[in-house]
Design a protein around this ligand. Structure first.
Ligand code: NAD
Length: 291
């Protein structure tokens, strides 16, 4: 068996097109474009690349991009004051504070300060609670992108055995809640899990979000399983995921590659969440099915 490669880049490109069409409709109805504010503190090179890509994609979708680049020694209260201003700014529908923050600033304090209705990253306790209790809110972009790829491939996920490897607030936990919402039987594995290969072998759906290059081996995977590889690991051989792609290709039913799988979905979903926020805030209807 040779697994199908799930083309996240192509899926994300189609989503970008549908978003741009709805952004134009929103702007015509509301008299303004949806606005996304991105805050970058310090000069972490990887973060700078992410922020630049987000800015480009926001502008390309016809949205307003408000970039705030601040020095690494910015006092915490100045950052909180900026978040307060963005919360109050009517032109801003989404606020994203790029992580990680410098050591002297507790990211949890900053995240918690963001208005939950502008929290397009879905990181506030309010939105985590909404997801866990089945209320409308914003879902973190990467796991929502993973779910879109899974539903596109599988349709109904009801009753499937899903294993999520990783329990971070950004990927693993929200991914588990999303799969539970789809009526999967969900197992969350993590660094203390015993017999991880055997746990993974039970799964119809595997989502790997660990950050360890090619940790998940081909012989851990149930034949025909769908594998979503969230990991981004820089190695001497280049960028690789958490799954041994070559090994998994002979066993899995379908798998996302790294790069070109989950990565492109994250920015597309960020723009989707910003558009949805703008529509909710202005009372403008939107086509939920297309997003
Ligand atoms: P994290 O470091 O916050 O969490 C890693 C998780 O892996 C932890 O819950 C930990 O318990 C688990 N883990 C660690 N070692 C393990 C082991 N040996 N066995 C099983 N579980 C183990 O990381 P994160 O923020 O969730 O990100 C995970 C990976 O996904 C990273 O490579 C990150 O770069 C990538 N990522 C990609 C995107 C994207 O857009 N594609 C977005 C976010 C994160």
């Amino acid at each position: 068996m040779t697994a199908e490669i799930i083309d996240g880049k192509a899926f994300a490109a189609r989503l970008h097109q549908r978003i741009a069409a709805q952004v134009a409709a929103f702007a015509a109805a509301a008299g303004r474009a949806p606005g996304l504010a991105v805050v970058l503190v310090g000069d972490d090179p990887a973060s700078a690349v992410y922020v630049r890509n987000k800015h480009k994609a926001t502008v390309a979708a016809g949205m307003a991009s408000f970039a705030h680049r601040l020095p690494a020694d910015l006092p915490r209260h100045d950052l909180l004051a900026l978040v307060d201003r963005l919360n109050a700014d009517v032109a801003v529908d989404g606020i994203l504070v790029q992580l990680p923050l410098p050591d002297h600033i507790d990211a949890r304090v900053v995240t918690t300060r963001i208005d939950p209705d502008k929290d397009v990253d879905g990181f506030t306790p309010e939105n985590a609670g909404r997801l866990a209790t089945g209320l409308h809110g914003f879902v973190p972009c990467t796991p929502l992108g993973c779910l879109m790829l899974l539903k596109d491939r599988l349709g109904d996920l009801t009753g499937m055995d899903a294993v999520v490897i990783g329990r971070s607030n950004i990927v693993g936990k929200p991914m588990a809640h999303l799969l539970l919402r789809e009526s999967c039987t969900v197992t969350v594995a993590h660094s203390k899990t015993r017999d991880l290969p055997d746990v993974v072998r039970r799964a119809d759906i595997v989502v790997a979000a660990v950050g360890r290059a090619e940790m998940v081996r081909g012989d851990w995977i149930k034949p025909g399983a769908i594998v979503i590889d969230v990991g981004i690991n820089r190695t001497e051989a280049g960028l690789v995921g958490d799954v041994d792609l070559a090994g998994a290709l002979g066993v899995a039913g379908a798998i996302t590659p790294v790069p070109g799988g989950v990565g492109p979905m994250t920015i597309a979903v960020l723009l989707r969440n910003t558009l949805v926020s703008a529509c909710r805030r202005e009372g403008v209807p939107y086509d939920k099915e297309a997003l």
